[in-house]
Design a binder for this molecule. Structure first.
Ligand code: ZN
Ligand code: ZN
Ligand code: ZN
Length: 126
């Protein structure tokens, strides 16, 4: 019974993210799935999806964690070459694929991950 529920929650949340061009916060996901699952279930599902390489998360400019679908990531290994664009008008966050900032670091620092959110006005709001 419990397992079925979780599986259902997982496919529901995954299709939510897959159908959306935008990133979604935990709160937005909660609103959309409604009564189907509680906070803890959603966290667990998102964690699992992240481990499976289907979803990635990042911290938005307001400090809220957002989740978005992955393209071509593998289980246990995310490979991202994109930044996130936060629209100041509609507050929607879009993954901008193939936009890699060039960062010059002192040689003794090894970059493993980065978290870029760029703020501005999206095409819809111009
Ligand atoms: Zn990924
Ligand atoms: Zn916008
Ligand atoms: Zn992204």
């Amino acid at each position: 019974m419990k397992k079925t529920r979780n599986t259902q929650a997982k496919s529901e949340i995954l299709s939510l993210l897959n159908d959306s061009d935008k990133a979604l916060s935990h709160h937005m996901i909660q609103e959309k799935v409604g009564a189907l699952c509680n906070r803890v279930t959603i966290y667990r599902v998102l964690e699992r999806l992240e481990e499976e390489g289907l979803v990635h998360k990042f911290v938005n400019v307001d400090g809220v964690v957002n989740y978005a679908k992955c393209h071509g990531c593998k289980e246990g290994g995310h490979l991202h070459n994109h930044v996130h664009f936060n629209c100041r008008k509609c507050h929607q966050v879009t993954c901008i694929e193939n936009s890699v900032p060039q960062i010059k670091m002192p040689p003794q620092f090894i970059i493993e991950d980065y978290n870029f959110v760029i703020s501005g006005i999206c095409p819809n709001c111009q």
